[in-house]
Ligand binder design. Structure first.
Ligand code: AMP
Length: 404
């Protein structure tokens, strides 16, 4: 299968709809704290502008859940786009309302219109056909450059792709780069291949863990999800995050790992705190000795040393999810240390997921890694061998099995 290529489209002077992922992190004052997602889309936007297109851009931001929520407006994104593109960008007052539709209709070559937050429309996350049709009616060409949401069957991501002929739709440069990278990684990972999986819960990554098992040689667990596994092994986990309804699944994953010969690692020591906050009292304990009432918030130094040994001989590393509550400095050490080994390693190193990408960037290691994916969930689904809903209709058969 091959992704339809933006370079094959006859875009000159035409009206183009680009779905981007501008779901950027904001600080408490509503300022964009990391604009990487916006900068990643510039190649595609500029390519269209160089061809004198009229460019309509759409994205979601946050979770306004189908209602207009002022704090989730794309206004800060519009301002940042103006700065980065050095061109004027008009922000529509709505998504497919009168303002957006009339501005889209009147848009001229070389002008840029940004629609308001797609998730102001309740139909977006429901993949509503009417919404897809309205969005599609704005332009002659559709480009998906929103890798981070391509695993979601949403109206501007999936439904809309069904409304354009192959000669009128394609993946943008960011989408192409991500898909090509992960397809190589699935087809020919250089072994040994280790997956470091952290983050808050098992539930978010359960399927990914099950599906990664046959593809990797080692799995290293960190973050909140470790405690469900530790509890299943019979350890006292105090007041740590545990998903009791997933204990059996945790056992199944450990059994499968054993059956497949995958080395499965859990933290051997933990940084515990008396409460979930900066000013908590914290201490290091072994995984066997978590006291009642204490919360595990980071992996300890022995785990860091163990994981360094485990990663020593690997040739490919995939990392998704922090090892602890890295947003609080005193629980960020485990994640920071792991980030340093991963960055120093000679292996192919891939980081996926907003939080993990954020943490490597915070400590200035982002340039040391082979690849930082803009989509955590989407990259895991690709590695599971799934075809992403937002990409399925943008693929053509070229006689090969995988994406290429
Ligand atoms: P995820 O979105 O599942 O990758 O989870 C990322 C979040 O997991 C981050 O916000 C971390 O603060 C959180 N996290 C990591 N370790 C723990 C832990 N031990 N307990 C609770 N939350 C955690």
């Amino acid at each position: 299968m091959k992704l339809l290529d933006i370079k094959d489209l006859n875009l000159a002077g035409k009206k183009v709809f680009i779905r981007c992922d501008f779901n950027v992190p904001m600080d408490e004052f509503g300022n964009i704290s990391d604009d990487r997602r916006i900068r990643s889309a510039l190649a595609t936007i500029n390519y269209c502008l160089d061809r004198d297109c009229a460019v309509i851009i759409a994205s979601h931001l946050g979770r306004p859940e189908g209602k207009v929520v002022a704090k989730d407006s794309l206004l800060p994104v519009a301002k940042r786009l103006i700065k980065l593109l050095k061109k004027d960008v008009t922000l529509a007052k709505d998504v497919v309302g009168e303002d957006a539709m009339s501005k889209a209709a009147a848009l001229k070559q070389n002008e840029i219109l940004l629609l308001e937050n797609l998730r102001y429309e309740p139909g977006e996350t429901k993949n509503d056909k009417e919404l897809s049709a309205k969005l599609a009616s704005m332009a002659e060409f559709y480009i998906n450059d929103a890798f981070g949401v391509s695993h979601r069957a949403h109206a501007s991501v999936e439904g809309i792709t069904r409304l354009f002929e192959n000669e009128h739709k394609a993946g943008g440069f960011l989408l192409q780069k991500e898909i090509e990278f992960f397809s190589k990684l699935i087809r020919k990972p250089v072994r040994p291949f280790a997956a470091i999986i952290g983050g808050s819960k098992v539930s978010g990554k359960l399927e990914a863990l099950v599906n990664l098992l046959p593809r990797v040689d080692k799995i290293l667990i960190g973050g909140g999800m470790a405690f469900t596994f530790l509890k299943q092994l019979g350890y006292n986990v105090g007041a740590s995050l545990v998903e009791d309804d997933l204990l059996e699944d945790a056992q199944h994953i450990m059994d499968e790992a054993k059956r497949l010969g995958v080395k499965f690692y859990l933290p051997v020591d933990i940084v515990v705190a008396d409460k979930f906050s900066e000013d908590s009292v914290s201490k290091m304990v072994t995984a066997q000795e978590i006291p009642d009432g204490w919360i595990g918030l980071d992996i300890g130094p022995a785990t860091v040393r163990l994981y360094r040994e485990v990663l020593n001989n690997v040739q490919t590393v995939l990392w998704n999810g922090p090892m602890g509550v890295y947003e609080i400095e005193k629980f960020a050490r485990g994640s920071n240390n792991i980030a340093h080994f991963v960055a120093d390693s000679y292996a192919t190193t891939v980081v996926g997921g907003g939080d993990t990408a954020d943490l490597v960037q915070r400590i200035g290691l982002d340039t040391e890694l082979t690849f930082i994916s803009t989509g955590g969930g989407a990259s895991l689904e690709l590695l599971e061998g799934k075809v992403l809903p937002g990409v399925a209709q943008l693929m053509v058969d070229d006689g090969e099995d995988d994406y290429s």
